[in-house]
Design a protein around this ligand. Structure first.
Ligand SMILES: Cc1cc2nc3c(=O)[nH]c(=O)nc-3n(C[C@H](O)[C@H](O)[C@H](O)COP(=O)(O)OP(=O)(O)OC[C@H]3O[C@@H](n4cnc5c(N)ncnc54)[C@H](O)[C@@H]3O)c2cc1C
Length: 412
């Protein structure tokens, strides 16, 4: 090893969950490092060109998610376009665009995230890849990392896996759940007639989405599919899992083949040419919606919205359906095998099927990230492993940070 360093809390992955976890751990007084394999913060939300901060409210006028989640939605529009609709409080069965949400420029959000993380005194390690885990007995004690300085070990009292793919947990031998992905890509395009309204990012700047949808259907014609080297069957069966190196490359190439077709079709239609409609920015991370989450002590499952959990650590709105609100059990943030030293956040927290659709999005990443950061700090102070943390104490601290924990807390 070329180096060894020690921290209180090491957060793996600088996506929204990782940023929230690191912010909370640092604000709780812990020496915190945030490790990110790219040189940009925000993960899928920014590098992945996702540009919609989904709702913090239930669509019927109740805000359900607070704390760093709300801080970050405001940060997302600090240096760029996008507005939170002022009328969200009057909403009844509101459409997504009318809820407490906004669109944002991914690059503008990156600048704001740099600022907030530096202001919190977090050590940021960019361009650093976590490639292995050090497990001693029943505890995770280190992460093996690689960067320009060589290969080293990062020791920490607590780790938060916010990698989006549970890479640290998997390397530490934690059983994880996986999911298939359908083929789709979002990119930012120049389009001469895009106006600055609605879902566009400005005059002439739009986000285009192409490929297939959740049900495997696609807007691509047979001819386009053939030119993209794809079959309809491939789209229907969604055979892409992000935990295989080969599949990641396949997925990325196939999605970009679809994007090329998007432009070729536009040119062939005669409506646009290569100067009036072209790609401005491609995602720099694979746009898998789900990769791998930990097998938690509890796995949130389908139809558990509006379910009371004694150990709830916060509320999430279902972005697809107004009026559907989920309580999130603390047990979804640590592994069922109770490996010490480890918490999971964002896309890595334990959920399956429909529930994973709710826990994987930006507000949920911010919420579970903040809780994981706080649980990491409290478990250090109390000298217990995360599974043994006094949940009542965690909940009291969360209430102090403005979190509602149960539906009744927001009048539901
Ligand atoms: C096509 C698509 C559209 C979406 N649309 C929306 C939407 O409109 N609104 C919405 O709210 N959500 C949307 N989502 C989901 C949402 O953007 C993400 O799920 C959410 O941002 C995930 O946050 P995260 O922090 O959990 O993980 P990630 O964003 O995946 O962050 C993980 C971070 O960890 C880093 N990392 C990974 N491995 C390592 C390693 N080994 N070493 C060091 N660093 C590592 C990555 O580089 C990344 O920065 C969409 C997702 C997709 C794919």
């Amino acid at each position: 090893m070329d180096f060894e360093v020690n921290y209180d809390v090491a957060v793996i992955g600088g996506g929204i969950a990782g940023v929230a976890a690191a912010l909370q751990a640092a604000r709780s007084g812990k020496k915190t490092v945030l490790v990110e394999k790219t040189i940009l913060l925000g993960g899928l939300a920014t590098s992945g060109l996702v540009y919609i901060y989904l709702p913090l409210c239930d669509g019927n006028g109740h805000q359900v998610t607070f704390g760093i989640c709300e801080e970050l939605i405001r940060k997302s529009i600090q240096y760029g376009p996008g507005d939170i609709p002022e009328t969200w409080k009057q909403g009844k069965n509101a459409r997504e665009e009318e809820r407490f949400r906004c669109i944002f420029s991914p690059a503008a959000f990156m600048l704001a995230l740099d600022e907030v993380v530096q202001n919190a005194g977090i050590d940021i390690w960019f361009d650093t890849l976590v490639c292995d885990a050090v497990v001693e007995g029943t505890r995770l004690t280190g992460a093996v990392v690689e960067n320009e300085s060589g290969r080293g070990i990062l020791h920490a009292k607590r780790f938060v896996d916010a990698s989006g793919s549970s890479i640290l947990a998997r390397r530490a031998g934690v059983p994880c759940l996986e999911a298939d992905n359908y083929l789709s890509i979002w990119a930012i395009e120049y389009r001469k007639d895009a106006n600055a309204e609605g879902q566009n990012l400005g005059k002439n700047v739009a986000v285009c989405a192409c490929g297939a949808w959740a049900n495997g259907e696609t807007s691509m014609s047979d001819r386009e599919l053939q030119r993209a080297g794809l079959t309809r069957e491939q789209l229907r069966s969604a055979p892409y899992r992000g935990i295989s190196g080969r599949k990641v490359s396949e997925f990325v190439l196939h999605t970009r083949n679809c994007l090329r077709e998007h432009f070729l079709t536009a040119y062939e239609s005669g409506k646009y040419d290569r100067k009036s409609n072209y790609a401005l920015k491609l995602p720099v991370m694979p746009q898998f919606r789900k990769i791998s989450c930990i097998q938690g002590e509890y796995v949130l499952r389908d139809n558990e919205h509006a379910t009371f959990f004694e150990d709830s650590v916060g509320l999430l709105a279902d972005w697809r359906k107004p009026g559907f609100v989920w309580e999130v059990p603390y047990r979804t943030l640590y592994p069922a095998n109770r490996l010490g030293g480890l918490l999971a956040a964002g896309r890595c927290s334990a959920a399956a099927g429909d529930a994973w659709e709710v826990t994987r999005v930006i507000p949920s990443a911010a919420m579970t990230g903040q809780v994981a950061g706080l649980a990491a700090a409290l478990s250090i102070d109390e000298r217990v492993e995360p599974p043994d943390l006094n949940v009542a104490h965690l909940q009291k601290e969360l209430r102090g940070l403005g979190f509602p924990l149960h539906l009744a807390d927001v009048g539901l």
